[in-house]
Design a protein around this ligand. Structure first.
Ligand SMILES: Cc1ncc(COP(=O)(O)O)c(C=O)c1O
Length: 468
């Protein structure tokens, strides 16, 4: 028997440092993990170290969990790289980014059917929909407060009404900005809100009602039109002037193109503000969202700060001061490059691919399809009956093949329902839908024990060639 005792101290195997594979080539000492190194290192060494560590990340092209764009055209990449060093807030030094922001806000206001009598629409580029929602709701809180003050009424108990189907950023707003959240729970068989449930919760202290088109959980839509009609009635009967903020984080670049007749936007009189994520189906990389108001009067002047530190006197309505310009410019690039026709074509392709996958999953007999890409290119499924494994097991198993598909439970009162979601993005072809479907079938068979763990090369029934 060979016994060998290794002296770890001699080997200097510190848990606090990186000991890179390339250490003999690049490093003489290990690189600290949690302290700034005393000395720097050559650029190629630093690049290699960080690059290698990021190999642990998932493959963005197989990331079907997030709505966020993982691919743009090379020309967009070029524009982004050229503008990476420009701080958007330096309007004086880089005036065009601000001009372009205004153009995009106006384009979106028109896309969302804002009344044309506005000379220029109010809105802002944000880091994403979360910032846009917070700024939109903040504006409504301020308008409500101004009205209450003018009427000599108390303004210390604002509330906001929305469903449990919202993204976490709505709860964040309520907590961070000290507004009571009146959350409408989901039902075991209903995953959106109803106008009746809104009616039960609004009062004179309601700053806003939130409605979502394309909910994060199932991709479904709250009935914005019915809520708008209800709030019109409330205004007539009780005098409460309650606005709606519509969250179309992911639907904002899909629904206007594929269902232009659906009235969810500024055509409805109670809709005063809208957010959309440019980095979702706006088809831009992470880092851009948009807030659009119906009317300049919906953004109270007191919330706009004018600063002169950077040269000119400039107005700002953002939570953060500095931010990159590149993604705002990339959004403008996409709008010019694709036009309405291009966005429509892409949205229809995405829906086609998502519906194809949904159909195959339904036909397999293993899933209840909760959303077969009805409005958005999102497929949500629950396992049929007692499968002997869960969607969490399935999601985990698929990770072995590189697919990233989240599994989660729905919020109260539907928390007993566990679902898996596929977000279809531009790089997800019909062929990839087949590959994913085959891998899902394989994984279910391994999990229910009808197939051995090892993945054998198998012939795809539909395509007639080897798929793995
Ligand atoms: C409906 C909805 N609202 C808001 C957000 C937050 O958007 P962002 O990640 O752009 O801040 C998301 C994100 O997925 C969402 O789906």
């Amino acid at each position: 028997m060979i016994s060998r005792k290794v002296d770890l101290k001699k080997l200097d195997v510190s848990r606090r440092g990186h000991a890179s594979t390339y250490s003999t080539r690049y490093f003489e000492e290990s690189v600290p993990r949690y302290e700034i190194p005393e000395q720097g290192m050559p650029a190629n060494a630093a690049y290699q170290l960080v690059h290698d560590e990021l190999n642990l990340d998932g493959n963005p092209a197989l990331n079907l969990s997030s709505f966020v764009t993982t691919w743009m055209e090379p020309e967009a990449d070029k524009l982004i790289t050229e503008n990476l060093g420009k701080n958007f807030i330096d309007h004086f030094q880089y005036p065009q980014a601000e001009v372009i922001q205004k153009r995009v806000v106006n384009m979106l206001a028109r896309l969302f059917n804002a009344p044309e009598d506005e000379a220029a629409f109010a809105g802002a580029a944000t880091v994403g929909s979360s910032e846009a929602i917070m700024l939109g709701l903040l504006a409504h809180k301020w308008t409500w407060k101004g009205r209450r003050q003018a009427e000599g009424k108390p303004y210390d108990k604002p509330n906001v009404v929305f469903g449990a189907d919202v993204h976490v950023c709505w709860d964040k707003f309520a907590k961070y900005f000290d507004v009571d959240a009146r959350v409408i729970p989901m039902e075991a068989d209903r995953f959106t809100i109803s106008a009746e449930a809104v009616a039960e919760r609004v009062d004179e202290n309601t700053i806003c009602v939130g409605a979502v088109l394309g909910t994060t959980f199932t991709g479904e839509a709250d009935p914005v039109k019915e809520i708008s009609e209800l709030l019109e009635e409330v205004k007539k009967k009780k005098g409460w002037d309650i606005p709606i903020h519509v969250d179309v984080a992911s639907a904002g670049f899909i629904t206007p193109f594929v269902e232009p007749e659906l009235e969810w936007d500024f055509r409805l009189p109670r809709v005063r503000s809208v957010n959309v994520s440019g980095h979702k189906y706006g088809l831009v990389y992470p880092g851009v969202g948009w807030l659009v108001f119906r009317d300049v009067a919906d953004l109270p002047e007191e919330l706009i700060f004018y600063v002169n530190y950077l040269g000119d006197e400039m107005p700002t309505y953002t939570l953060n001061f500095s931010r990159g310009s590149a993604m705002i410019l990339a959004q403008y690039y996409n709008l010019l490059r694709l036009g309405r026709a291009g966005y429509t074509r892409i949205a229809n392709n995405l829906l086609g691919n998502a519906r194809y996958l949904a159909q195959r999953l339904a036909d397999s007999g293993k899933f209840d399809v909760l959303n077969a890409a009805n409005r958005l290119p999102i497929v949500t499924v629950a396992l049929k009956g007692a499968a002997g494994y869960t969607v969490f097991d399935l999601s985990h198993k698929l990770r072995e093949r590189g697919w990233i598909l989240p599994a989660y439970t729905l919020p109260p009162n539907a928390e007993d329902i566990a679902i898996m979601r596929v977000v279809v993005k531009e790089n997800f072809s019909r062929d990839m839908a087949d590959l994913l479907f085959d891998d899902i079938m394989n994984a279910t068979q391994v999990l229910d024990g009808t197939k051995a763990e090892r993945l054998e090369p198998q012939r795809s029934a539909r395509r007639g060639h080897y798929v793995n």
